[in-house]
Design a protein around this ligand. Structure first.
Ligand code: SAM
Length: 214
């Protein structure tokens, strides 16, 4: 996702520390305190402009949600969206690279990981940057409980096939694999910005759920 440089982004983010958590590593093992309850914590890695995570927080008040986005000029739009939604009490954002997630979450502290329209990184030499590469799977496994799940949606056939194979090779158990998520328009589906864009052009949306076997 490309975003125009927004010189005001840094100050806007700093003015909203109740939404974008600063130094999130200080909350490792203490996210229940931050939310004021011990409900499950679900995270979205690569949250972009925040449509999915905000919609999920509004639709599921019994789950706590954390959106992770590494680019300031992108996450700032998510901050605006969360503000317009009257700052749901069960939603936080982190402006960090997901490579740092083990510094931020204790083992088993995250109940589910969502990956939506992750960057495909089609060149083999960039494979390690894919959010379904072992580099990241090993991190998700450490912060999830045994049999924790990753839910993944994409428009990109190549990334989907790679992810199916890599998650299987990693030993994950796949479920609910769909090659056209919108064919049946599931009522529980919350669309992301990319999903809206690609599905409105008639492109199929691929989806899977994958559980670690531990
Ligand atoms: N999920 C959104 C959607 O579906 O509309 C955004 C999709 S966009 C193609 C992928 C996003 O993931 C980008 O905003 C990118 O900055 C973010 N991203 C990619 N790798 C990341 C990482 N390692 N840590 C945090 N964010 C990452």
């Amino acid at each position: 996702m490309r975003a125009r440089h927004k010189p005001w982004a840094e100050s806007y983010i700093n003015e909203n520390p109740d939404i974008v958590i600063q130094e999130p590593e200080r909350l490792k093992g203490r996210w229940a305190e931050e939310f004021g309850n011990d409900r499950p914590v679900h995270i979205e890695v690569g949250t972009g402009k925040g449509r999915f995570i905000t919609g999920m927080a509004e639709a599921n008040p019994d789950i706590n949600y954390i959106g992770i986005e590494m680019f300031r000029d992108i996450i700032v739009t998510a901050v605006q969206r969360v503000t317009e939604a009257d700052k749901p009490a069960n939603l936080r954002l982190l402006n960090v690279n997901a490579e740092r997630m083990e510094e931020i979450f204790a083992p088993g502290e995250v109940g589910r990981v969502y990956l939506n329209f992750s960057d495909p990184w089609p060149k083999a030499r960039h494979a390690k940057r894919r959010l379904t590469h072992d580099n990241f799977l090993v991190r998700y496994e450490r912060i999830l409980p045994p049999e924790g799940e990753v839910h993944f949606k994409t428009d990109n056939r190549g990334l989907f096939e790679y992810s199916l194979m890599n998650m299987t090779d990693y030993g994950m158990k796949l479920a609910d694999v769909s090659l056209d998520l919108h064919a049946d328009e599931p009522e529980w589906n919350i669309m992301t910005e990319y999903e809206e864009k690609f599905s409105s052009k008639g492109q199929p949306i691929y989806r899977l759920e994958a559980a670690f076997k531990n």
